[in-house]
Design a binder for this molecule. Structure first.
Ligand SMILES: Nc1ncnc2c1ncn2[C@@H]1O[C@H](COP(=O)(O)OP(=O)(O)OP(=O)(O)O)[C@@H](O)[C@H]1O
Ligand SMILES: [Mg+2]
Length: 203
C-alpha cells in the first residue's frame, strides 16, 4: 500500500528525465542540511548496492532483452528493497533521505513504454511503498536534457528524445495527481533552482 511516511526523518525525492539535474540539486541541498545540523543520507534508484540495481544497469545498456513486464517487475523489486533496506531504516532513525528517483520514475517511464498503469499500481498496492514527504520534479525538455548528457560516453536504452519527451509529459500528469510534487523549471540556473528547492524543503 502507498502510505504516508510515519517515521521521524523526511523522505525527499528528486524526479525528472535523464539529465534533468537531479544529482546536481541533491549536491546543492546537502550543504544546507549540514548547516542546519540535519542528519541525512543520499541515495538513488536504481540502487547501486543491490544485484537488482546492477541487473537494471545491464538492461539499460542493452545487454539483455527482457520482456517489458519482467523489466517493470525488476524495477519495482529494486525500488521496494531500496525502501526496505535503505530508506526506511534511515528515516526511522530520524535521518532525512535525499533520493534520486522513486517508484514515480517507474510509473512515468513504464507507462510510456506501454505497460498498463493498473499493472504497476496493483504491485505498488500489494507491497509496502511509502509516499515521499516532498518530490522535486525537475522539468526539462528532452532535447536539452540529452544534450547535457551528450558528454557522457555510454548511451542507454531510454535515452531517446521522443521517448523522453513523452516521459516528461507523463511526469507532469503525475504531478497533478500526487500530493507534495513540486514542479520546477529545470532549465534555470542550477543555483536559482537550488534556492527554490531550499525554500520548498526547508522553508
Ligand atoms: N540547471 C542546469 N542547467 C544546465 N546544466 C545543468 C543543470 N543542472 C545540471 N546540469 C548538468 O546536466 C548534466 C546532468 O545533470 P545531473 O547528473 O545532475 O542529472 P540527473 O538528473 O542526475 O541525470 P541522470 O538521470 O542521468 O542521473 C550534468 O552535466 C550537470 O552538470
Ligand atoms: Mg543522476
Amino acid at each position: 500500500m502507498l502510505s504516508r511516511n510515519p517515521y521521524r526523518g523526511k523522505y525527499v525525492v528528486f524526479e525528472g528525465i535523464d539529465g534533468s539535474g537531479k544529482d546536481t540539486q541533491i549536491s546543492l541541498l546537502e550543504p544546507e542540511l549540514l548547516r542546519k545540523n540535519i542528519p541525512y543520507v543520499r541515495s538513488s534508484e536504481p540502487t547501486t548496492f543491490l544485484p537488482t540495481g546492477l541487473l537494471i544497469k545491464a538492461l539499460l545498456r542493452g545487454k539483455y532483452n527482457f520482456d517489458p513486464r519482467s523489466t517493470v517487475l525488476l524495477f519495482l523489486v529494486d525500488s521496494h528493497e531500496h525502501l526496505r533496506l535503505r530508506v526506511i531504516p534511515n528515516l526511522r532513525r530520524g535521518r532525512w533521505v535525499l533520493s534520486s528517483r522513486s517508484f514515480l520514475s517507474t510509473l512515468a517511464y513504464h507507462t510510456v513504454l506501454g505497460i498498463e498503469r493498473e499493472f504497476i499500481e496493483n504491485i505498488l498496492d500489494r507491497l509496502d511503498f511509502i509516499l515521499p514527504d516532498a518530490v522535486i520534479l525537475l522539468d526539462v525538455p528532452a532535447e536539452e536534457a540529452l544534450s547535457r548528457k551528450g558528454k557522457e560516453l555510454v548511451k542507454q536504452v531510454y535515452e531517446d528524445a521522443e521517448f523522453l519527451e513523452n516521459v516528461r509529459r507523463a511526469y507532469l500528469d503525475l504531478a497533478k495527481e500526487f500530493d507534495n510534487v513540486h514542479v520546477i523549471d529545470g532549465r534555470k540556473d542550477p543555483f536559482e533552482i537550488a534556492k527554490e528547492v531550499k525554500e520548498i524543503i526547508l522553508g
